[in-house]
Design a protein around this ligand. Structure first.
Ligand code: SF4
Length: 714
C-alpha cells in the first residue's frame, strides 16, 4: 500500500527528554508542534525555550514563547463548578460527578442511549481522543460523538481518502518542502498561523517560486510577492474554479505528466471532461485571478518539477472550509496529479494541519463514523477487531452518529441529545451560525464542560470540571506530518484538577459500566496501539519507550514497518489498485449569493497572536495587549461607501446575525470582500455571521464565505 524507500535507521531530529536541562516537550497550540524545553519548579517561574527540531528548526512564534503564561493565568479553573440558582458555584468532585452520572442514567433511561452526547477536540492528546471514543461507545453506548476537528481538516481528509485512499495531512516530512523551488499555498497563511513553518518556504520564496492563493494580501502572500512570487487573489469560494482553470492550462500548455497519469492514476478522462470546459478566461471571470497569473503558477510548478528542484501544492483552511470543500481539494489534487507531483520524491500534495493534535485527533475514534486506527465504524471487520480489544460484543457498539454541527443543532430537540459533555472545545465561539448552537446548548437538560479555563461554552454549562492542561500531563500527539510526539509533564496541576482520563474512568464506574478505563496515559496508549493494529493509521509499533529514546516515528508504524513511514505513496497509493484517483468535480461557488442587501463577502481567519477560539490566548497578557480588539479589514472604497473611516466601529451584518468590529481600512483588500478574525465571543463573534451549510461528504460548514453588509455604529 505505502512505501518508504528512505526509512532512516536514525532519528530525524531527536525528541528525547535528556537533550538539555528541563523538560523536553512540544507547544500547547498548533499542529506544527514546535519543540520546546520547559524549565522551572512551579507555574510561577516556568520558562519556555525553543528546542531544535525538524518542524520548527529552533524557532517558536509569539504564542509558543508566551505559552507558560497559561499555567499561571488567574483565569485557571481550580475547582469543579455546579450551577445552583442560576450561578456556577464551587463543588466537590463527588458532588459534580454525582450530578453528571445521575443525569446520564436518568436521561438514557428516559430517552435511550443516544440522548447523551459527547463533543471532543482536536487538541486532545491521542490517549484522550482514543479514550473519549471508547467512553462514548462502551460506557455511554451512544452513537452521538463528534468533535471540533470536523470544522478543521475534514474536507482535506475526505479528499485525501477519495483520491489517495488515505488521509495523512503531509504524506512526507515537512523538511522535504524546504528544498523545493516552487510551493503553491492554497488558503494558508503560515506567516501568522505558524511562523516557524516559513523556514521551510525560504528556498521557494528566494527562488521566486512561492505562490499564495488567498482573497487577502496576507503576510504570507506579501512574502511571496517580495521574493518575486505570486499572489492569486481570488474571490472567496471560487477556489475550485481556480483549480480547474489551472488544470486546463496544465493540460493545454503541455505541462501535464502523461507518463505519470498513465502509470499511476485512474480517471483522468472524466476529470478532463470537466476541466476542458474551464477555459482560463472563464476561470479568470469567476475567480478574479488573471490568466497570466494562473499560467505563471502552473509553469512555475512544472519548471521546478522538471529541473528536480522540488514542487509542492499545500492546502489549508481557506480552501477547505466551504460547503464544497471536499470537491475543491479534490480539484486541486487533480491539478497536482496532472503535474505528476504526489507520490514522487521531491514533489507532492499535502494539507497543513491546524489544531495541535489535528492529525492524531482525527484517527482514534472521536469522529461520528470512526473507530481507532482510522477505521470505519460500519465496517464489520473493524468493529470485531476493536470490540475484541475493548472486551465487548461487536453488536453492542453503536453505529455512526451525527456530524458536529448536526449534533449540536439537534441538542434538546425531540430525538436529539439532552445531555452533552464537551472536552477541549469551545463551540459557543467556534461553531458556524453560532447563535443557533448557543440556543441549542441552552435547551439541554445538562451541559458538562471539561476545561482548564472558563471558556464561553464553560460559562453557560451546568457542570464545569477543571482538568489538566498541556504542561501538566503526559501523552502523545501526532503532528502535521504524521509523526508521533511525546508531550511531557513539567509540573503538577493545582490539587483539585484532574485528568480527563480519571473523569471518564470514574463516570464509567458510577453509571455501572464494568469495562476498564485505565487512567495511566501510557497504559491507554498501549491499548490504542492494539486497537489501531491493522488499520490505516497503524500505531502498533510506536511505543513511549521508542519515542523517549528519540526515535522519529511516522505512522503507519507496525511490525511490517517498524521504522514507520515518513514518506507515503512512493510506490503505490493506498487505493485497492494502487492508483491515485482523478475524481471529476465542478465549481459550485459560495452557498450564499451576495445581493443589494448584503453586497459583500465576509471571510474569516486567524491573527498571529491568537489560537482558534482564543479561550487560551486571550488570557495571555502579552497576546491580548497586541491583539485585543475585534476588527474588520475593509477596502478604502468599500469603507467610504458605508460611511466608515479607519478606526470607526461598525457592525458587520449577515442574514444570521451581526458582529461588532473596529474598521481597519486596507488598500490591499478586494473591494467586494471583508475579513474578520474569529477569536472572540459575545458581540465580537465572527461566527454569528457564518453559514452552516454543510459539505455533503465531509460535513464541513461554509465558514469562509457569507454575504454581509457594513453598518456604521454611532
Ligand atoms: Fe509553533 Fe504553532 Fe506553537 Fe507557534 S503556536 S510555537 S507555530 S506550535
Amino acid at each position: 500500500m505505502t512505501t518508504d524507500v528512505t526509512s532512516p535507521p536514525r532519528p530525524l531530529g531527536r525528541d528525547a527528554p535528556s537533550e538539555q536541562a528541563g523538560v523536553a516537550t512540544h507547544c500547547a497550540y498548533c499542529g506544527l508542534q514546535c519543540a520546546m524545553t520547559l524549565t522551572g519548579a512551579s507555574a510561577a517561574d516556568l520558562t519556555v525555550s525553543p528546542r531544535r527540531f525538524p518542524t520548527n528548526r529552533g524557532g517558536l512564534c509569539q504564542k509558543g514563547w508566551t505559552s507558560a503564561e497559561l499555567l499561571r493565568t488567574p483565569g485557571r479553573l481550580t475547582t469543579p463548578l455546579v450551577r445552583r440558582d442560576g450561578q456556577l458555584a464551587p463543588a466537590s468532585w463527588d458532588e459534580a460527578l454525582d450530578v453528571v452520572s445521575d443525569a446520564i442514567v436518568r436521561t438514557q433511561t428516559a430517552y435511550g442511549r443516544d440522548a447523551v452526547a459527547v463533543f471532543g477536540g482536536g487538541g486532545l492528546t491521542n490517549e484522550k481522543a482514543y479514550q473519549l471514543g471508547k467512553f462514548a461507545r462502551v460506557a455511554l453506548r451512544t452513537s452521538q460523538i463528534d468533535y471540533n476537528g470536523r470544522w478543521c481538516m475534514s474536507s482535506a481528509a475526505a479528499a485525501g481518502i477519495r483520491c489517495f485512499g488515505l488521509d495523512r495531512g503531509l504524506p512526507f516530512p515537512v523538511t522535504d518542502i524546504g528544498s523545493a523551488h516552487a510551493v503553491l499555498l492554497l488558503g494558508a497563511n503560515p506567516a501568522e498561523t505558524m511562523p516557524p513553518f516559513l523556514t521551510h518556504l525560504v528556498r521557494a520564496a528566494d527562488a521566486g517560486g512561492l505562490m499564495v492563493a488567498d482573497p487577502r494580501l496576507t503576510p504570507t502572500a506579501a512574502k511571496a510577492l517580495d521574493g518575486g512570487g505570486l499572489h492569486l487573489q481570488l474571490r472567496p469560494g471560487t477556489d475550485a474554479a481556480l483549480a480547474l482553470g489551472m488544470l486546463h492550462l496544465a493540460v493545454t500548455e503541455g505541462y501535464a505528466d502523461r507518463g505519470f497519469i498513465a502509470e499511476r492514476t485512474s480517471g483522468f478522462d472524466d476529470v478532463w471532461a470537466v476541466a476542458a470546459q474551464w477555459l482560463p478566461e472563464r476561470a479568470e471571470r469567476v475567480t478574479g485571478v488573471a490568466v497570466t497569473t494562473m499560467r505563471a503558477a502552473v509553469s512555475g510548478l512544472a519548471r521546478a518539477r522538471d529541473t528536480e528542484r522540488g514542487a509542492y501544492v499545500l492546502s489549508a483552511r481557506g480552501t477547505e472550509q466551504h460547503a464544497s470543500g471536499t470537491d475543491t481539494v479534490t480539484a486541486f489534487i487533480a491539478l497536482a496529479l496532472a503535474l505528476g507531483l504526489p507520490g514522487n520524491p521531491g514533489t507532492g500534495f499535502g494539507t497543513i494541519t491546524g489544531q495541535g493534535n489535528g492529525q492524531g485527533g482525527r484517527e482514534h475514534g472521536q469522529k461520528a463514523d470512526q473507530l481507532p486506527g482510522y477505521r470505519k465504524i460500519d465496517d464489520p471487520e473493524a468493529r470485531a477487531h476493536v470490540a475484541s480489544v475493548w472486551g465487548v460484543d461487536p453488536a453492542d457498539l453503536p453505529g455512526p452518529g451525527r456530524s458536529a454541527f448536526e449534533l449540536l443543532s439537534a441538542l434538546g430537540t425531540d430525538g436529539g441529545p439532552h445531555v452533552l459533555m464537551v472536552h477541549g472545545s469551545n463551540p459557543v465561539v467556534s461553531a458556524p451560525d453560532a447563535r443557533v448552537v448557543t440556543e441549542r446548548l441552552a435547551a439541554l437538560d445538562l451541559l458538562v464542560v471539561s476545561d482548564f479555563v472558563l471558556s464561553e461554552t464553560a460559562a453557560v454549562a451546568d457542570v464545569v470540571l477543571p482538568v489538566l492542561q498541556w504542561a501538566e500531563e503526559e501523552g502523545t500527539l501526532t503532528n502535521l506530518e504524521g509523526r508521533v510526539l511525546r508531550r511531557r509533564k513539567a509540573l503538577d496541576a493545582p490539587s483539585e484538577c484532574r485528568s480527563e482520563l480519571e473523569v471518564w474512568s470514574e463516570l464509567a464506574r458510577r453509571i455501572g459500566c464494568s469495562t476498564d478505563f485505565p487512567t495511566d496515559p501510557r497504559v491507554v496508549f498501549d491499548e490504542l496501539r492494539r486497537a489501531s493494529a491493522g488499520g490505516p493509521a497503524d500505531y502498533s509499533a510506536v511505543t513511549w519507550e521508542r519515542l523517549d529514546a528519540g526515535e522519529s516515528l511516522h505512522w503507519p508504524c507496525s511490525a511490517e514497518r517498524p521504522q514507520g513511514t515518513p514518506r507515503l505513496f512512493l510506490d503505490a497509493f493506498a487505493t485497492p489498485d494502487g492508483l491515485a484517483r482523478f475524481v471529476a468535480v465542478d465549481h459550485a461557488g459560495p452557498v450564499e449569493a451576495d445581493d443589494t442587501a448584503y453586497p459583500l463577502v465576509a471571510t474569516t481567519g486567524r491573527v498571529l497572536q491568537h489560537y482558534q477560539s482564543g479561550a487560551q490566548t486571550r488570557l495571555v497578557a502579552e497576546l491580548a495587549a497586541a491583539a485585543g480588539d475585534m476588527f474588520v479589514h475593509v477596502h478604502p472604497d468599500t469603507a467610504e461607501a458605508a460611511g466608515l473611516a479607519d478606526g470607526d466601529r461598525a457592525d458587520v451584518v449577515s442574514r444570521r446575525g451581526r458582529t461588532r468590529a473596529v474598521v481597519r481600512v486596507d488598500d490591499d483588500m478586494r473591494p467586494d470582500v471583508v475579513f474578520l478574525p474569529f477569536h472572540w465571543g459575545g458581540d465580537a463573534r465572527a461566527n454569528s455571521l457564518t453559514h452552516a451549510a454543510l459539505d455533503p461528504t465531509s460535513r464541513m460548514p461554509e465558514f469562509k464565505a457569507c454575504a454581509v453588509r457594513l453598518e456604521a455604529v454611532a
